[in-house]
Design a protein around this ligand. Structure first.
Ligand SMILES: Cc1cc2nc3c(=O)[nH]c(=O)nc-3n(C[C@H](O)[C@H](O)[C@H](O)COP(=O)(O)OP(=O)(O)OC[C@H]3O[C@@H](n4cnc5c(N)ncnc54)[C@H](O)[C@@H]3O)c2cc1C
Length: 205
């Protein structure tokens, strides 16, 4: 089977999905290849930002700020509360729902703008061709005039502390703790470390 496009975008994160939608709006026959699978193995658009980055971290920050306010700052407004408790499962479930809604929104935007969505792995070949491997292993060669690479980045393993998935986690793991860690060390004081560190720090009272 062979398809021909004006533009094939590899990667459906903020870089890729916006480029794909704009290309389609400009009248170019456009496809976007995205390999992301969620926890239930369902294909997802949105990349790091919507799935395990900007959006879920802000959802948790919102929850942790509300908890902190209820515990620490409502008193000065004359609002007293007793038995303030944190249900981490409910907080993480709310975050997951927000992610579902927003990633689903991109699927809707692709349909509305006529972007063809390919769910699987994209590989650039010679002679204006892209190989697409679907999640079921089916391989298709797509012909295209242009390719946009928007494949993002992935967390690295730090040799002395490689990710274990339980004790040593990356941003994705830190968004999915199902209980407040008693102690949490963050390696990396960039925005992501500070943001997720402050989420979990809010619950230590
Ligand atoms: C916790 C956290 C919080 C953040 N908060 C913010 C914030 O508040 N504001 C902000 O601006 N940024 C934030 N960021 C950064 C933001 O997430 C990234 O800058 C953004 O996601 C980069 O977009 P991208 O499209 O370049 O890459 P990505 O979002 O990583 O998307 C790349 C996509 O390409 C896909 N892909 C890769 N290779 C292939 C292939 N061969 N075939 C098919 N698909 C492929 C990947 O599966 C992925 O979905 C945050 C990041 C994290 C981790």
């Amino acid at each position: 089977m062979s398809d021909k496009f004006d533009v094939v975008v590899i990667g459906g994160g903020p870089g890729g999905y916006v480029a794909a939608i704009r290309a389609a709006q400009l009248g170019l026959k456009t496809a976007c290849i995205e390999k992301w699978l969620d926890k239930d193995n369902k294909p997802r658009l949105g990349g790091t930002c919507l799935n395990v980055g900007c959006i879920p971290s802000k959802a948790l920050l919102d929850s942790s700020q509300k908890y902190h306010d209820a515990k620490e700052t409502f008193g000065v407004h004359g609002i007293s509360m007793s038995d303030v408790a944190m249900n981490v499962d409910a907080m993480v479930d709310r975050k997951d729902k927000i992610v579902d809604q927003l990633t689903g929104g991109i699927t809707g935007l692709f349909k509305a703008n006529g972007v063809t969505s390919f769910e699987g792995f994209g590989k650039v070949l010679a002679n204006k061709k892209v190989e697409f491997t679907a999640h079921d292993g089916t391989v298709t060669v797509i012909e295209t005039e242009n390719v946009i690479l928007a494949t993002g980045s992935v967390p690295v393993n730090i040799p002395p502390a490689p990710r274990t998935g339980d004790i040593i986690v990356d941003n994705q793991g830190a968004l999915d703790f199902r209980a407040v860690p008693k102690r949490l060390g963050v390696i990396g004081a960039g925005v992501i470390g500070l943001e997720l560190g402050s989420v979990w720090d809010s619950f230590r009272f």
